[in-house]
Design a protein around this ligand. Structure first.
Ligand code: CA
Ligand code: CA
Ligand code: CA
Ligand code: CA
Ligand code: CA
Length: 331
């Protein structure tokens, strides 16, 4: 691990999930930025054995929803529910092989289930959302078989519905995915191959292109599994951050020009105020100003081995001020 010279530490950690410490349980986060009151933004995290946690920016649990084995979670704001722009949160539900949809009540800051989308997958796994420039809301969900389904969620005449728009296919187990609402690009992490670029709009072709430098074959800073993916926009540049589970590190790619995507550098999260981060599954980040601790936004990562003063605890999520990571983008 001396391979990595970029080192940061986390600023805060969430409460541990309630699933036993010997289980791989916490998995994937999402961040809801409260536009009216940024310091009251929320982090949502899955416990893949139990349900969905909601945390405040101190990492304290404000809600737990026993919703089954939720694996990945993502959200988009501005969904026209009951004629009010609402935040919808979608999670892959392994208890039901479905996509569970939740709505955020922006007054109480509580989530509630509103809908369930059936999938044709044998075993749902990774999930991300995409909001098109036409304001259509889509969900990508993948299965261990390598099939990726794209569903649209629609609210019309006071009724929610969904439709399966198309299917994509990769050759081995995918998980982490992220869609860029501005460019219409979809990034798909295939755990033991690399990251693939595809088009998120269902009217576009379904072909996939491997980002060479995300493959172990072409980049010695990559080791498998490739897990969570997150977009990082800075000025007029765009970056993709990937959790590299095999080396407890995070790789940064410059995706500004998608015909010339390049690996920039990697970083690791060592102990500081809280314990360091190992074997990360899901990640998410926002560049919005949240509070004094996160003036330039925040990165949230799952921690595979949570400890408190050296004592093993159940897994949790760590928060890192994005200010600490900004300098790595320049290399
Ligand atoms: Ca997520
Ligand atoms: Ca995985
Ligand atoms: Ca995972
Ligand atoms: Ca740890
Ligand atoms: Ca800890």
């Amino acid at each position: 691990q001396s391979l990595f010279t970029n080192v940061v530490s986390a600023d805060e950690e969430t409460d541990a999930v309630k699933t036993d410490l010997n289980e791989d349980a916490a998995d994937d986060p999402a961040i809801w930025v409260n536009q009216d009151n940024p310091q009251n933004s929320l982090v949502i995290g899955t416990d893949k054995k139990a349900g969905l946690y909601v945390y405040n920016l101190k990492g304290e649990t404000t809600q737990f929803i026993e919703a089954g084995e939720l694996n990945n979670v993502d959200l988009r704001d501005g969904f026209p529910f009951k004629h009010k722009p609402s935040a919808i949160i979608c999670a892959s539900n392994r208890s039901k092989n479905s996509i569970s949809v939740f709505l955020l009540d922006k007054d109480s800051l509580k989530l509630g289930p509103i809908y369930d989308i059936k999938t044709e997958l044998a075993e749902v796994y990774g999930l991300c959302m995409y909001k098109s420039r036409d304001n259509d809301f889509f969900i990508f969900v993948n299965g261990k078989s390598g099939i990726i389904e794209q569903h649209q969620i629609i609210y019309k005449e006071d009724k929610l519905s969904s439709k399966l728009c198309r299917k994509l296919q990769v050759n081995s187990q995918p998980e982490g995915m992220v869609a860029d609402d501005n460019t219409g690009d979809l990034y798909i992490g295939v755990e033991e191959e690399g990251i693939f670029l595809a088009q998120a709009d269902p009217s576009q072709p379904s072909d996939l292109k491997l980002i060479k430098e995300s493959s172990k074959k072409y980049n010695d800073k990559i080791s498998y599994d490739i897990e969570g993916l997150a977009l990082y926009k800075k000025d007029s540049s765009s970056f993709l951050v990937a959790s590299i589970q095999g080396s407890f590190s995070y790789a940064i790619f410059d995706i500004t020009n998608k015909n010339r995507i390049s690996y920039i550098t990697s970083f690791i999260i060592k102990s500081g105020i809280v314990d360091g981060v190992e074997e990360t599954d899901g990640i998410e980040l926002t560049t919005s100003t949240l509070n004094n601790t996160y003036p330039k936004g925040m990165l949230v990562v799952q921690d595979g081995f949570n400890t408190d003063q050296g004592i093993a605890r159940s897994q949790n999520f760590k928060f890192v001020s994005l200010e600490k990571i900004e300098s790595f983008l320049m290399k």
